[in-house]
Design a protein around this ligand. Structure first.
Ligand SMILES: C[S@@+](CC[C@H](N)C(=O)[O-])C[C@H]1O[C@@H](n2cnc3c(N)ncnc32)[C@H](O)[C@@H]1O
Length: 265
């Protein structure tokens, strides 16, 4: 089931070590932490794809109950080691976001899937993850996650956009574009323009991952049956995007989405 290349990558020691060393929050995550801070003390939080515990550092001390899951047993082992002396109760367990049957319906007030973790699932699996989030979230539960922005790929595939006044930058940009084309031979600007979402081998972790890219408008459509009150944040900013046509929507590689689980109708 699912993409075994991605799971293998997230089980590799070098990758696990990379995530275990991370200790900063991304600006959009800071915005949401501050926004929810007054309520966090009464919230049960599920941190999906917790990895090495980057977000555990910040959220576990603030919430009423903190549970982190990851489908990579090595990530969970490393994360448990990192927090073994924690003064806060932290529950970390191996679990797959596509099937979280170990948790009952309506269990959580806040569900996080940070740093694009949801993008390492196939399209069908992504929809299954969203169904699981809806099932586990109480009505009004906040769901906050990030995803790769398909709109940025069109720019990335344009040779002319790689030009710069710095010859070294031109060289590295063109090398990166050449490698990208090598790993994604069937991808061109037209394919991107015609797609709502695509699975791409990008340069993260040296082309070892299949990554889902989606247009923001399509992401909102995917969420709309079960979620409401959407907000979008560029990952590098604490400022919410208010206009879907804002230039940042063309240039920001990752977008964070905040929404809430709808009540059963
Ligand atoms: C990019 S890393 C981010 C790790 C961590 N959340 C952070 O922000 O540093 C993505 C994580 O999601 C996990 N992951 C991907 N797909 C998953 C799934 N279906 N179920 C559980 N974990 C998953 C990977 O093992 C990996 O640890």
């Amino acid at each position: 089931m699912g993409n075994s290349r991605n799971k293998t990558t997230y089980t590799a020691t070098s990758i696990v070590n990379y995530y275990t060393r991370l200790n900063w929050l991304q600006p959009a995550e800071v915005a949401i932490l501050e926004r929810l801070r007054p309520q966090l003390g009464t919230m049960k939080m599920l941190d999906m794809g917790v990895g090495g515990g980057r977000t555990t550092l910040y959220f576990a001390p603030l919430v009423e109950q903190y549970v982190g899951i990851d489908y990579s047993p090595k990530m969970i082992a490393a994360c448990q080691q990192r927090f073994k002396d924690s003064e806060y109760p932290i529950s970390l367990e191996v679990g797959d976001a596509r099937d979280m049957s170990q948790f009952e319906d309506n269990s959580f007030d806040f569900i996080l899937f940070s740093y694009n973790g949801i993008d390492y699932a196939s399209h069908q699996d992504r929809l299954q993850i969203l169904t699981e989030v809806k099932r586990l979230g109480k009505p009004g539960c906040y769901f906050f996650f990030s995803s790769h922005n398909l709109q940025t790929l069109e720019q990335g595939l344009t040779w002319k956009k790689q030009l710069s006044i710095n010859p070294f930058k031109i060289y590295t940009n063109l090398m990166a574009l050449g490698l990208f084309r090598l790993f994604n031979p069937s991808l061109n600007r037209q394919t991107v323009a015609d797609s709502d979402y695509l699975i791409v081998r990008d340069d993260s972790h040296l082309f070892r991952l299949d990554t889902y890219y989606i247009r923001a408008t399509q992401q909102l459509k995917q969420l709309s049956p079960d979620f409401s009150d959407f907000e979008i944040y560029p990952w590098k900013s604490q400022e919410r995007v208010l206009d879907m046509d804002a230039p940042v929507m063309e240039t920001e590689l990752w977008l964070y989405y905040l929404c809430q689980v709808k009540s059963a109708s």
